[in-house]
Design a protein around this ligand. Structure first.
Ligand code: GTP
Ligand code: MG
Length: 441
């Protein structure tokens, strides 16, 4: 396969991975999609960027190193505010580099965006690491701008950026401020320090906004006076290097970026989904267990049936929906039975049946908190265990995973703090006791 062909394949595979991640997101429940709305927009933007062939070059570096001045010099007019004070650029923003003269073959709409960022020392500790990370994630190419020897803040930011695996070019700006000897010595020191992080041929020197120099001018009367003239910016080497990198690797960079981005987002979708499902399942299991506890306690004889449907089966059916599996009531009932069987007579049977048969024989008027609270709580506990087991089953895509149902249920029983679950369920029953209502009056 030719090199161009394999590049194209990589590029298309990357776009497909973004599409697949978008599809994964679309398959989420309404609630999950709501939570992931920003990610959806970002993925769409990445899809747009990759299909159009938009390359984002992010300038990164300490305050006042000349990032904004470099953007102006590359573009050839003042689009970014440059400031003597430092700390001028407050937000990340981008502008199209129209005169770059770069087109990715086959992508007629391809363009280069230069992205300006605040100086890294403008942003404190955690914020800085975050800025480095988000910046690096969106970048196809990073220009790390320095104007003197590298300090510790710069070095640690460089490490953070390098961890994201994007190509970095080191731009040594303000060349005009150094004598040849000083410049040589500094270059060697900097290259030495970043060896292994930045390849030698990704090191370039610029004067984006050189200091004005004094010219002595003779007028026609033989008088001389001095004039301060700012030399033209010199960013030619940087421009050539950028265009060279894009020429050789433009499509690869876009593909790499899109693929990394899609993989990250896909992980995030999974994490958010797992968290949300877990939270929903938790609420459901506790809620249903409390309902069962209360129903068994307060309506003896009716047992655990609400509107003709067993609470456990109802719980399992609803749980299956949380996990994107649509169980029928019959399937739910079967799973509930399978779990009860796996739990064995001693675990769940003991808890539910003694309560049931005892309650059939007593009428409500005979029932006292002394008897009905533990009976109700025991019934609720069995639902809780059934719910947890069903949750495990659904978390594994509708199977017991590597273990048997029996192993799973006995592990759940062992790892559950029975006393605290019972305690909670008793509290739930007490809240609903008619005695309580009278007492409150
Ligand atoms: N001598 C010299 N000064 C420069 C050069 N480039 C920029 N400067 C000066 O450095 C100062 C800061 O330039 P900016 O472009 O605002 O720097 P920045 O990195 O964008 O700064 P922040 O946005 O504040 O982080 C300004 O006074 C510029 O005139 C250069 O090549 N040589
Ligand atoms: Mg700036």
């Amino acid at each position: 396969m030719s090199d161009a062909n394999s590049k194209n394949q990589q590029y298309h595979a990357a776009i497909e991975s973004v599409q697949a991640t978008i599809a994964k997101l679309q398959k989420c429940s309404d609630r999950e999609r709501n939570e992931l709305q920003n990610d959806f927009q970002q993925l769409q933007a990445m899809f747009d960027k990759a299909t159009k062939g938009r390359v984002e070059i992010v300038l990164f570096g300490e305050i006042s190193t000349g990032k904004s001045a470099l953007i102006n010099a590359l573009i050839g007019r003042d689009v970014a505010s440059v400031d003597v004070q430092g700390g001028w650029t407050k937000e990340v923003w981008g502008t199209a580099w129209e005169g770059a003269g770069h087109r990715i073959a086959g992508l007629d709409d391809s363009e280069i965006i230069l992205v300006d960022t605040p100086g890294i020392n403008e942003v404190g500790g955690v914020g800085r690491a975050e800025l480095a990370e988000t910046t690096a994630r969106r970048a196809d190419l990073i220009l790390f701008v320095v104007d003197s020897d590298i300090n510790d803040v710069e070095y640690s930011s460089l490490l953070e950026l390098a961890a994201v695996n994007k190509p970095i070019v080191m731009v040594f700006n303000k060349r005009d401020l150094y004598s040849s000897e000083d410049f040589q010595a500094l270059s060697i020191r900097i290259k030495d320090r970043v060896a292994g992080l930045i390849p030698d041929d990704h090191f370039v020197t610029t004067s984006a906004h050189p200091r004005s120099v004094e010219h002595v001018v003779d007028d026609e009367h033989g008088h001389s006076h001095s004039e301060w003239v700012r030399p033209e910016p010199d960013v030619q080497d940087l421009k050539l290097l950028i265009l060279d990198v894009l020429e050789k690797e433009g499509l690869d960079l876009i593909a790499l970026n899109a693929a990394l981005y899609a993989a990250d987002k896909s992980d995030r979708i999974s994490t958010v989904r797992v968290q949300m499902r877990k939270r929903q399942a938790d609420n459901l299991i506790w809620g249903m267990a409390a309902t069962k506890a209360t129903v068994v306690a307060l309506t003896p004889g009716v047992l655990d049936i609400v509107g003709g449907v067993s609470i456990d089966a109802l719980m399992i059916m609803t749980l299956s929906k949380v996990y994107g599996l649509d169980f029928s009531l019959a399937q739910a009932r079967n799973l509930s039975k399978a779990i009860a069987k796996a739990a064995g007579v001693f675990a769940l049977g003991e808890l539910t049946s003694w309560g049931a048969s005892a309650l059939k024989t007593i009428t409500f008027s005979f029932a006292t908190p002394l008897t009905i609270i533990p009976q109700g709580a025991a019934a609720g506990f069995s639902s809780y265990i059934i719910g947890r087991a069903a949750q495990h089953y659904f978390e594994h895509g509708g199977s017991w995973g590597r273990d048997s149902a029996k192993d799973v249920v006995s592990h759940i029983l062992q790892s559950t703090d029975k006393d605290s679950v019972l305690h909670h369920l008793k509290d739930e029953i007490k809240k609903k006791l008619p005695w309580n209502r009278h007492a409150a009056k």
